[in-house]
Design a protein around this ligand. Structure first.
Ligand code: XIL
Length: 458
C-alpha cells in the first residue's frame, strides 16, 4: 500500500514559478523543498536540528548536494571556518570557502554551526610564534573578525575546542593559548565572543567527554564555574566520535543530563560511529535516544554526509554509504526521531502504490524515462458509482522535483515534492470510467518512483 504523506513541511519554500506552457496546458513548476520523512524534518518535529559537516569542495557533486539538501537542516563547515582557513596570515581574512557553505545553507533554509574559533589544531604557525600580549590581541581579534563576518548567521559557535587533555588528569592541554595566557584564555574567549554576536549560542566543544570520566568532569567543573560567575557560556558540544576503542558510553544520557542541569544546552556536534549494519544502527539509535531524552539537547550533527568523504572513511562511520545509499544506520536514526521513510523504494511494493478508499482508484505507471528525468501517469478510475471530483496524493523522493503537471491541478504540501492532485476539467467520471493526469520529474540522481496514495472521491 502507498504510505501516508506526512503533512509537515518545515522549511520555507522557495518561490514557485508557474506558467502555462503553450499548447498542452502544461503547468510548469520549479522550486525546492524538503519532503517530510527526512532527518531534518523528523528532528524538527522533536524540536531539534539534524545537521552534518560539509566540505565546500564537494558542493558541486550533485548527489552530495542533493543528499545534503534533502536530509539535513543544519550544517557545520568541516574545515572552512578554522583559523588556518580564514586567517592564514595575521589580520588577513579569507572567507571564500566558508561563505560558500553559509550561502548554500541559507539558500536552502538550513542553519549553520560555527566551528571553531580557538583551537590548538589547524592553527597557523604565526600564532604560536607570538608573545603573550600579542597572542591575546590576536585571539580576540580573530574571534571578533570571524564572528562579525558571520554575525546573525550562526546558531551556535564552538568558541573553544578541545582545551582539555585526554587521560585521567583532567588537566588542560598544552597549546599556545594555554601555555602563554593560562587557564583564563577560555573565559576571555567566551567574553569576547558574547560582545561580538550576542545572538549566537556560545559552546565549549570536546571529544572523549561523552561519558563520565576525568576529562568530562574537568569540563563540567569549568562549565559550572562559568555559570556561577556569569561567564557567558550557553552550551557544551560533545563530538561523539565513536568506534570499538571508544564506544558509545553507557552513561551517555546521564552525562548529557548533568551538563543540561547546569542550565546549559548540550549538542551532539561531530557524531560518527564506525561499523556497519545493524550493530552500527543500534549505536546510532542509542545516541539519538540519549539526545531525545535530554530536553536541553537541542540538536545533533553527523560529521559528514557520506562515508566516501569521512575523515574516518575506512570505518564507514556515517549514515550514507559511498554511493549515497541510505544505510541501516540512516533508517535507525530516522526511526528513532519518529520519522517515516520518504518513498525511497519501500513504500509501494511492486506496483508502487495506488489505492482505493471509496469510490475511485489511482494507479501509477511510468510512461517515459530519460537521463535526468521521467514522466509519470496516474489513472483515476471511478468505482461502482459515478463521481464528480477526485483527489490523489503524490510524493516524489525529496531529492527529486516535479517540473510539470498536466490534466490535474496540484496543491503543494512540501515544495515540488509532495502534492495533492485534483481534477482540472476531468472531475466527473461515470461509474467505472477513468481519466488520467501526468507529470514530469527531474530525478537529480535519484530514480526511485513516486509514492501514489489512495484516491478519494465525492
Ligand atoms: C577534522 C576534519 O574532519 C578533517 O577533514 C581535518 O583534516 C581534520 O579535522 N575534532 C574536530 C574537528 O573538532 O574539527 C575535526 O575535523 C575532527 C575532530
Amino acid at each position: 500500500m502507498a504510505k501516508k504523506i506526512p503533512a509537515r513541511a518545515r522549511r520555507a519554500l522557495s518561490v514557485l514559478t508557474a506558467g502555462v506552457l503553450a499548447a498542452a496546458g502544461v503547468v510548469s513548476l520549479a522550486g525546492t523543498a524538503e519532503a517530510a520523512g527526512t532527518l531534518g524534518d523528523a528532528a524538527a518535529a522533536k524540536g531539534r536540528y539534524f545537521g552534518t559537516a560539509v566540505a565546500a569542495n564537494h558542493l558541486g557533486e550533485a548527489p552530495y548536494a542533493s543528499t545534503l539538501d534533502a536530509q539535513f537542516d543544519s550544517v557545520t563547515p568541516e574545515n572552512e571556518m578554522k583559523w588556518d582557513a580564514v586567517e592564514g596570515s595575521r589580520n588577513s581574512f579569507t572567507f571564500t570557502a566558508a561563505d560558500q557553505i553559509v550561502s548554500h545553507a541559507q539558500s536552502k533554509g538550513m542553519k549553520v554551526r560555527g566551528h571553531t574559533l580557538v583551537w590548538h589544531s589547524q592553527l597557523p604557525g604565526w600564532v604560536g610564534g607570538l608573545g603573550a600580549t600579542d597572542l591575546r590581541a590576536a585571539m580576540n581579534n580573530h574571534i571578533t573578525q570571524v564572528m562579525t563576518h558571520y554575525k546573525g548567521k550562526i546558531h551556535s559557535w564552538d568558541v573553544v575546542n578541545e582545551a582539555f587533555q585526554d587521560g585521567n588528569s583532567g588537566a588542560r592541554r598544552s597549546s599556545p593559548f594555554q601555555d602563554k595566557l593560562g587557564d583564563g584564555f577560555i573565559e576571555e574567549a567566551f567574553r569576547t565572543a558574547r560582545t561580538v554576536d550576542p545572538t549566537a549560542k556560545l559552546c565549549y566543544n570536546d571529544y572523549n567527554t561523552d561519558g563520565r570520566n576525568a576529562k568530562s568532569d574537568a569540563v563540567y567543573a569549568m562549565a559550572k564555574d562559568f555559570k556561577q560567575r556569569g561567564v557567558p557560556i550557553d552550551c557544551v558540544g560533545f563530538q561523539s566520535h565513536f568506534n570499538s576503542n571508544s564506544p558509545v558510553p553507557s552513561d551517555y544520557r546521564a552525562n548529557l543530563q548533568r551538563f543540561a542541569d547546569l542550565g546549559l544546552d548540550v549538542q551532539i556536534t561531530e557524531l560518527d560511529i564506525e561499523g556497519s549494519g545493524s550493530a552500527q544502527a543500534a549505536n546510532y539509535t542509542s545516541v539519538v535516544n540519549a539526545c531525545l531524552a535530554v530536553t536541553r539537547c537541542t540538536g545533533l550533527t553527523v560529521w559528514g554526509v557520506t562515508d566516501k568523504y569521512s575523515w574516518r572513511s575506512s570505518g564507514t562511520p556515517l549514515l550514507f554509504d559511498g554511493d549515497y545509499n541510505k544505510k541501516p544506520a540512516y533508517d535507525a536514526v530516522l526511526a528513532a526521531l519518529g520519522g517515516t521513510p520518504d518513498g525511497g523504494g519501500d513504500d509501494g511494493g511492486g506496483d508502487n502504490g495506488g489505492g482505493n478508499t471509496g469510490s475511485c482508484t489511482a494507479t501509477y505507471t511510468q510512461t517515459a524515462t530519460w537521463n535526468g528525468g521521467y514522466n509519470g501517469e496516474v489513472t483515476v478510475k471511478a468505482g461502482s458509482s459515478g463521481i464528480t471530483t477526485w483527489s490523489v496524493p503524490v510524493t516524489v523522493p525529496s531529492s527529486q522535483q516535479v517540473s510539470a503537471l498536466w490534466n490535474g491541478a496540484p496543491t503543494w504540501n512540501a515544495g515540488n515534492t509532495v502534492m495533492t492532485v485534483k481534477p482540472t476539467y476531468n472531475g466527473t467520471l461515470a461509474a467505472g470510467a477513468s481519466t488520467s493526469f501526468g507529470f514530469t520529474v527531474m530525478t537529480n540522481g535519484n530514480t526511485s518512483a513516486p509514492a501514489v496514495g489512495a484516491c478519494t472521491a465525492s
